[in-house]
Ligand binder design. Structure first.
Ligand SMILES: *Cc1c(COP(=O)(O)O)cnc(C)c1O
Length: 244
């Protein structure tokens, strides 16, 4: 009974939290003069059980983000009965773990070197559509270790776009945590400018994956088309599994 009551409580909170996040996205679009249809919500479910994802999916949310390969694959398998789910891998990816990602996910946001992209392309099963990918760019210089340096993004993007089983959709960034809003916005603006530059070189990137629970408003003001939100939907993560 305790478990049952606990789940009921979670369900109510999850639905309210999801509504609040969608309202924040709408309000941010309003302030920026943007159509809310141009910003997708990715619900980041890392560390949360499949049952929590099932409840958020029951509220109409379809896209979920995960960071840890084994945890994610277990959840994807457990939720195979839920129609329409779209799984996005957003964490650091080691080359020895690309195969389950190529086999189970729809999107990967964290491509930061060609070797990872080549393996994903080779390992993407023929029966599935091409894997949708973003290149992660380090927009914060020495403050951050993950992502490719902005000056290398063009060469990487052109090489990734040529891989047969991947579709390059855009760019992703995680700026360093800061309360300095102008600085934060300059980081997001850098990603948008890079997207424009790459599109002027012949690519057709339609995705800017930027903004999380605490900074989605700034990201939307700078052109985000997809925000990745965990804590504001699921609550504080109770065990720290962040590895980067
Ligand atoms: C965990 C994570 C998020 C979600 O962060 P919150 O602050 O919980 O919203 C977004 N993007 C990436 C890459 C993450 O690892």
């Amino acid at each position: 009974m305790i478990a049952g009551r606990y789940m009921t409580t979670i369900s109510t909170n999850l639905q309210a939290n999801l509504r609040t996040v969608l309202a924040r996205i709408s309000a941010a679009c309003g302030s920026a003069g943007r159509d809310p249809a141009g910003v997708r919500l990715l619900a980041v479910s890392k560390t949360w059980p499949a049952e929590a994802v099932r409840q958020v999916a029951a509220c109409g949310q379809q896209a979920f983000g995960e960071n840890y390969v084994q945890e994610a694959v277990d959840k994807i398998v457990a939720l195979a009965d839920v129609p329409g789910l779209e799984w996005h891998f957003i964490g650091p990816l080691q080359s020895n773990k690309t195969r389950p990602v190529a086999e189970h996910f729809h999107w990967v946001h964290s491509i930061d070197r060609l070797k990872i992209a080549q393996r994903l392309s080779e390992q993407r099963p023929d029966a599935l559509p091409p894997l949708q990918v973003c290149i992660q760019v380090n927009v914060s210089g020495e403050e951050s270790k993950s992502g490719c340096p902005p000056e290398e993004a063009q060469a990487l993007a052109l090489a990734v776009a040529a891989l047969p089983r991947l579709t390059l959709r855009g760019l992703m960034a995680i700026p360093e945590p800061t309360e300095n809003i102008p600085l934060l916005r300059s980081r997001f603006a850098l990603l948008r400018q890079l997207q424009q530059t790459l599109n002027s070189k012949g690519l057709a990137l339609d995705t800017l994956s930027m903004g999380m629970s605490h900074d989605l408003e700034s990201a939307i003001a700078e052109g985000a088309t997809l925000v990745r939100v965990g804590t504001a939907i699921f609550g504080e993560r109770t065990y720290p599994k962040e590895t980067s």
